[in-house]
Design a binder for this molecule. Sequence first.
Ligand code: FES
Length: 166
Amino acid sequence: MSEKEHKVSRRQFLTYTLTGVGGFMAAGMLMPMARFALDPALKAGTESEYQPVCYLEELTEEPQKFAFSFEQQDAWYESEVTREAYIFIRGDEVTALSPTCTHLGCTVSYGSNDDHPERFYCPCHFGMFEKDGINVPGTPPQRPLDVYDVMVEDGKVYLGQINQRT
Ligand code: FES
């Protein structure tokens, strides 16, 4: 290669320099805007936080329905969410089940079917679940009711995220 091929003309030097400086300035202006726009979406949601629902002394071996509400930050939107759970205690173990039927999402109720007083019953398509949430074979639901993460502290019962069982 000759030395002539390596030479950068004044025009090229100016083009490279202005492109570099311009790009740097553009990035400096766009980065804060991009961060502002994306930040809420990148933050961890409050979904995994535990919410106080009831006192331990309120629980029995019979599943009881409790409703609870909490503020939820979903990216840019803040809203109040209300959830329900059937909670019962057996020995030291507290179980909290989602009342949403795993067939097509209707709401189940415990003990509402006179022929099956110790089961969860879904009126939409006659789905049934045992007291521990396991789906009754031969009824439409193909998997158990979802369970909440449970934490007990100072006599209070807190519920966390809902987990699917197979
Ligand atoms: S939605 Fe519950 S049985 Fe279909």
